[in-house]
Design a protein around this ligand. Structure first.
Ligand SMILES: [Fe+2]
Length: 297
């Protein structure tokens, strides 16, 4: 717009200059003056033509860049549309994966429950015991502020902690009365047997340490490896307390289960020797608190 105005102004100026020259010539008939003025006007005209040509070329270039800009905008819109489509597709696939993952987890859980049932079929005493150890262990894990994934792994470890008993003679497992030394040595193999059965199962790889170590003692006098203190994994230390509490308070064919208060006193007495003292303290606090879970009532 600005360039066009300048262009009109130039044309008007030249028009006035030509008119003025003509009038002077008519008035004076001076050919020298006419020649000089004509030369000046031709130069101005030439310069103007040159400017107009340059301006047109510039406009042409601008139009080209405008076209390029339009093409780029169009390409960008198409790209954004494509991205939207891809995003929707990704969301759909993601939801599908979440569904498959849930189904897989449910499948895992069913497998674990089948294995746990197979222990109960072998050993009448363990009926309900694995479930209770699992629930107590998970309560302790929450107090210890383990994350959700760790609690899920602990859940698997606790429900399967005695799976190795399927490798022990039912005569020993269901014996009415105290075990002799040889029988006790046989029973002591169950954490290692359980570990050997499950160690290659991928989704249990974080859980198997608890299965192997749930009979280790804090003072290093446990089995199968005589681990001590924090050498025992946290799952093993938690499950040891939960397992002992449930074992003490459950009825056996040859004896009645202890009262809860007596079992708590026994845990207190054995903290630092058999049990991790900090976990026993947490357990006792949990038992005394108003938030005591129903499994411990
Ligand atoms: Fe056990």
């Amino acid at each position: 717009m600005k360039n066009k105005s300048i262009e009109y102004a130039k044309h008007i100026t030249i028009g006035f200059a030509l008119l003025y020259t003509l009038m002077i010539f008519i008035k004076t008939f001076d050919f020298t003056y006419l020649t000089i003025m004509s030369a000046i006007l031709v130069s101005i005209l030439f310069a103007l033509l040159h400017n107009t040509y340059t301006l047109k070329n510039t406009n042409k270039c601008k139009k080209k860049s405008d076209i390029t800009y339009d093409i780029k905008t169009e390409a960008l819109s198409a790209y954004i549309k494509e991205l939207d489509k891809t995003k929707k597709e990704l969301n759909r696939k993601n939801n599908e994966l979440i569904r498959f993952f849930d189904e897989m987890q449910y499948g895992y859980l069913q497998t674990v429950m089948s294995l746990a049932n197979s222990i109960e079929a072998m050993d009448a005493y363990t009926r309900g015991h694995c479930q209770r150890v699992m629930e107590i262990s998970c309560e302790l894990a929450r107090v210890l502020e383990l994350d959700d994934v760790q609690i899920e792994n602990l859940r698997y470890a606790a429900i399967l902690h005695d799976i190795g008993k399927i490798g022990i003679s039912p005569n020993i497992l269901n014996k009415n009365g105290k075990l002799n030394d040889a029988e006790f040595e046989e029973i002591k193999k169950h954490p290692q047997i359980g570990y050997n059965i499950l160690k290659d199962i991928k989704f249990l790889k974080e859980a198997v340490c608890g299965i192997l170590q749930h009979h280790e003692r804090y003072d290093g006098k446990g089995y199968p490896n005589g681990l001590k203190g924090n050498e025992i994994c946290v799952f093993g230390r938690i499950m040891c307390v939960a397992d002992a509490f449930d074992a003490m308070t459950s009825d056996r064919p040859y004896r009645k289960g202890m009262r809860v208060e007596d079992a708590m006193r026994e845990l207190e007495r054995c903290k630092g020797s058999q049990f991790d003292p900090s976990i026993v303290n947490m357990f006792l606090n949990l038992m005394d608190s108003e938030k005591k879970p129903s499994i411990l009532s």
